[in-house]
Design a protein around this ligand. Structure first.
Ligand code: FAD
Length: 470
């Protein structure tokens, strides 16, 4: 009898653990459930929903080439998953279902319900660990706890890594087409926002593989030197593809291994630094699983729940629109809204600006990011925000407050990124773009800073000093 493979954020046929397992068991029928309202309630916006829909279309085509039909269902809520999947199993006489785990709380709960429903019906649902080298819980501190600090986690990750963990999974051999027909893929309903142009993020495995190759050819070895400079585009820009599984971390790490003579932790400094980012990615997935309070909108460090966040709607709107009067913050926010992506250095700067300079609850920024990011991914986004707000793991010490103009001078020294996203400042001399003097702004449509850096810094320090356990 056929075996069901439920695709979620693993939209690829290459190196897919659950797909390979399903194909070993029998002819495969692929399933995709689209939970648009639920994903919107989780906070994802049009950019990622559209990218995902295009990724499913690309997957559909790839599966056709293997003789695997893709069945598609539209559901409102995760709670409907067990019944929908059981109905498909009944219709197709499938006895088994495979899927790759997703680690945030809600997804885990959904998958447990599916597994229990299959058990109760005498069928078998099997989850596989695929998105990470180590399943959450596999790496623990000497005391048996989940790691809450990155460096020891990374050490354990490297120490315990084996070749088998990164071995690429088999792609299924083409199969005789089962008698079940693929469903036509429904078009995307009208969403509240329009998605960014497709050309920024062409979907599918081929586009992802292309990016990986280009990155390794032109930037990999320079990664450490280039990664912090947004005007250079020296990072892989693979995050949307990793978030939806159009490429796997194993494919990326195998390619890095090949480039780096078989080593991950030593050798070329650029490639080693890039590999380290994958360890961060995995770290935050473990954190989301091991410290489920973060999935319930809680701070990782409970005492920071006492912070006196300001209710500043005008400040929040200025931040969202890129109208704070701090050019590096504004250029970054405009990049986010226009392209659905923001450079990592800028994510740190803008997040810290919201949480520290404006003292606005980081959760508002986290939600805004998730709504716009094509790579919006709960664990990395939450981890990044809590880091910036000094409420999380490895929290930046609370007194570390980036000076936006200093960051700008350091990481966009020629003001090129600023000129690209703030055309109104492009005619200013490059050196003046970071912190434009008032007189140069006469006749320029650009706002003065909404807060004074020194005063804002002092206010944030006071707020943190007021916390009982600091
Ligand atoms: P590269 O530099 O090429 O890195 C390779 C891959 O490693 C990335 O594609 C990504 O999958 C992973 N990675 C890199 N840096 C990190 C990191 N700090 N934490 C976790 N994984 C990382 N990343 C997301 O994928 N989704 C998010 O929603 C997200 N939100 C963030 C919010 C904030 C406030 C901050 C500070 C960071 C956030 N990041 C997020 C992490 C990081 O900014 C992006 O992964 C990175 O900018 C993606 O660009 P890239 O693909 O060129 O990365």
């Amino acid at each position: 009898s056929p075996v069901l493979m439920w695709f979620r954020s693993d939209l690829r046929i290459h190196d897919n653990t659950a797909l390979a397992a399903a194909a070993r068991q029998g002819p495969v029928l692929a399933v995709h459930l689209r939970f648009l309202p639920h994903w919107q309630r989780h906070g994802h916006g049009a950019n990622q929903l559209d990218f995902r829909a295009r990724g499913v279309a690309a997957l559909h085509e790839a599966l056709e080439g293997l003789g695997i039909p893709l069945l598609h269902r539209e559901l409102d809520d995760f709670a409907e998953a067990p019944q929908a999947l059981l109905a498909i199993a009944r219709e197709t006489e499938a006895k088994a279902l495979h899927f790759n785990h997703e680690y945030p709380l809600d997804e885990q709960r959904r998958d447990r319900a599916v597994t229990a429903a299959f058990d109760a019906a005498g069928l078998r649902a099997t989850g596989h660990h695929d998105a990470v080298a180590f399943a959450p819980g596999e790496l623990r501190t000497g005391k048996g706890d989940y790691y809450g600090v990155f460096t020891p986690f990374a050490k354990a990750w490297h120490r315990q890594l084996t070749a088998a963990r990164l071995a690429l999974r088999d792609i299924p051999a083409p199969q005789a087409r089962p008698s079940v027909n693929a469903d036509p893929l429904p078009s995307m309903p009208e969403l509240p926002d329009a998605p960014v142009a497709e050309r920024f993020w062409p979907a599918g495995e081929a586009a992802a593989a292309d990016r990986l190759e280009r990155f390794l050819r032109f930037h990999g070895r320079y990664y450490q030197r280039q990664r912090d400079f947004p005007a250079i585009r020296g990072t892989s820009e693979l995050s949307p593809y990793l978030a939806l599984g159009m490429i796997s971390h194993r494919q990326c790490l195998q390619a890095a291994l090949t480039e780096n003579d078989g080593a991950l932790a030593e050798g070329d400094a650029g490639l080693v630094a890039w590999v380290n980012e994958f360890v961060w990615r995995e770290f935050y997935q473990h954190v989301a699983h091991g410290f489920p309070q973060v999935c319930r909108h809680r701070a990782f460090q409970a005492h920071t729940e006492q912070l006196p966040w300001r209710d500043d709607e005008a400040g929040f709107v200025a931040w969202c629109k890129g109208q704070t009067g701090y050019p590096i913050v504004d250029a970054a926010m405009r990049q986010l809204v226009a392209t659905g992506w923001m450079h990592n250095r800028l994510r740190m700067i803008t997040a810290m600006f919201l949480a520290k300079h404006l003292l606005i609850d980081w959760r508002r920024g986290e939600a805004f990011f998730l709504r716009h990011l094509v790579d919006g991914e709960f664990a990395a986004n939450n981890g990044g925000w809590q880091w910036a707000a000094s409420t999380g793991t490895d929290a930046a010490p609370y007194f570390r407050i980036f000076n936006p103009a200093t960051q700008s001078r350091r990481f966009d020294p020629d003001g090129l990124f600023l000129a690209e996203w703030l055309p109104e400042l492009a005619d200013l001399p490059a050196k003046a773009r970071h912190d434009p003097p008032r007189d140069l702004l006469a006749g320029v449509d650009y706002p003065p800073p909404i807060v004074d850096h020194k005063a804002a810094r002092a206010r944030a320090l006071d707020a943190f000093k007021g916390l009982t356990s600091n």
